[in-house]
Design a protein. Structure first.
Length: 209
């Protein structure tokens, strides 16, 4: 009789405790996934904390979020060779673009871009530029051409097209290379030919500023 009761108890426990243990396991797994997702959202909402805790979790740079619009405040992130600083940023993984607004500093290698607004498109998530548009008071420092010459430029708008390998500068363009200073309204720089083509040149000044 005792053996029968023990056997029935074991059978009953198998049907009761096994589903219960599976339920507990699923609850623990769900809680872990939820807490990780909440942490990602928290880091995206707090750019300063994200910068302190490691690489950004923006989808553009291999993170988990497909889109992000950060809160205002100085934002600075470094990802390998790319450094960008702005008061607000919007990133998209699907479209592979990055939009920076207000007091923008974008730097890759020796070239440094300062502007009021910048939108950068990428070929892939490997941080290779496809195209770039900058507006506002645009300043480009150490613009290195294919010959290794260094230029400094300022304009109201700048556009870069990697497919055509050309850079366009429009509106109150000032080009400096050493002691040479060029003032013009529009400038097109071809990286293939390695030549600077200026249109509507207002004057060329040789010598120190």
């Amino acid at each position: 009789m005792v053996l029968l009761v023990v056997r029935e108890g074991l059978v009953l426990s198998r049907f009761v405790f096994f589903p219960f243990s599976v339920f507990i396991f699923m609850c623990v797994l769900f809680a872990a996934l939820f807490s990780d997702g909440a942490l990602s959202l928290k880091l995206l909402a707090n750019p300063k904390q994200s910068a302190q805790q490691g690489p950004p979790r923006l989808g553009l740079f291999g993170g988990r979020s497909k889109s992000c619009d950060s809160e205002k405040g100085t934002l600075q992130r470094r990802d390998k060779e790319l450094l960008f600083k702005s008061k607000s940023v919007t990133a998209s993984e699907k479209g592979l673009w990055l939009e920076l607004d207000q007091d923008v500093i974008l730097q890759k290698g020796a070239t440094k871009l300062l502007a009021d607004w910048v939108k950068v498109s990428f070929v892939t998530a490997s941080r290779d530029f496809k195209s770039m548009t900058a507006k506002g008071h645009v300043v480009v420092e150490n613009f290195i051409d294919c010959r290794g010459d260094s230029w400094s430029l300022s304009s109201d708008e700048a556009r870069y097209d990697q497919l055509k390998e050309e850079a366009f500068f429009e509106g109150n363009v000032v080009i400096r290379q050493g002691e040479r200073v060029v003032y013009c309204h529009k400038a097109t720089y071809s990286l293939v030919k390695g030549q600077l083509i200026t249109e509507k040149v207002r004057g060329v000044i040789s010598g120190e500023q």
